[in-house]
Design a protein around this ligand. Structure first.
Ligand code: ZN
Length: 264
């Protein structure tokens, strides 16, 4: 426990120093990390850690190129508490569930939710590097990079590889020795794929979309990255990217739980 606490403190410092997170993001990530350590255990924590480090590194990767496109994460890629809760809040809830009910039944839900979070993050960060134009998941029309609900071949490959990576890591950390290697990997890949596909579907339909008239481009937020106010044109106002992330990681988690019950 003392060692894990020490890791959390060191990680918080690294996250601030390298601007992976804003101070509010560090505070919420610390709480999520603590919940996962206390109620899940070391294996769960290592899985959360892998997700966090890999997605932070890919957010920084080719940051200047993504910023030139106008779709990099704002503030040098430092993520806010909303982003942290959107990606890790569901996982923390499943760890709490494990703490209350025990028996390892929430591990598959935790894995499904982490797998969805990493798939969605990497699909966005790597998808932005795709040289062609992405297509909208609902009607397959060509759209600009960064439009919510846009999918690309790079993004789909990122989804499969990153959820595969989470599955193999979970098996190596032997988080749930009752499950076979193949079962753990299948849960991670299927729930990651289904969860991030739902994320794209919600992104293309219910998620609020704004238009920056100055840059003539799509914005996920009412204030575009350029600093100008963007006008609302689609979706439901309160359903922003973070709400969509939280919903899809929750659904990805339930898919994982369901798979753990039906897979042999
Ligand atoms: Zn703009």
């Amino acid at each position: 426990m003392l060692l894990e606490l020490l890791i959390l403190v060191v990680l918080s410092w690294i996250s601030l120093k390298f601007r992976f997170l804003e101070p509010s993001g560090v505070a919420s990530a610390f709480i999520i990390g603590l919940i996962v350590i206390v109620f899940g255990g070391l294996g769960w924590f290592l899985l959360l850690l892998s997700f966090y480090l890999i997605s932070s590194l890919f957010t920084k990767y080719k940051y200047d190129f993504k910023r030139a496109l106008g779709f990099a994460e704002a503030k040098g890629g430092a993520r806010s508490w909303r982003n942290v809760i959107g990606n890790g809040g569901a996982a923390a809830l499943f760890a709490l569930g494990e703490g209350i009910f025990g028996g390892g039944m929430f591990f598959a839900a935790f894995l499904g939710s982490i797998s969805t979070a990493i798939s969605d993050t990497l699909a966005t960060e790597i998808g932005l590097l795709y040289p062609g134009k992405p297509r909208l998941i609902t009607n397959f029309k060509i759209v600009e990079p960064g439009v919510s609900g846009a999918i690309s071949p790079y993004g789909e490959i990122a989804i499969i590889l990153s959820s595969l990576l989470m599955g193999v890591s979970a098996a190596i950390f032997s988080v749930e020795p009752e499950f076979s290697f193949i079962k753990v990997v299948c849960i991670a890949v299927l729930s990651g794929f289904i969860g991030s596909t739902i994320d794209s579907l919600l992104g293309a339909t219910l998620q609020a979309g704004y238009w920056c008239d100055k840059c003539n481009s799509f914005s996920e937020d009412p204030i575009h990255n350029c600093g100008c106010e963007a006008r609302f044109f689609k979706g439901v106002r309160f359903i922003n990217n973070h709400v969509v992330n939280f919903a899809s990681t929750l659904i990805g988690g339930f898919v994982g739980l369901l798979l753990s019950l039906i897979l042999p």
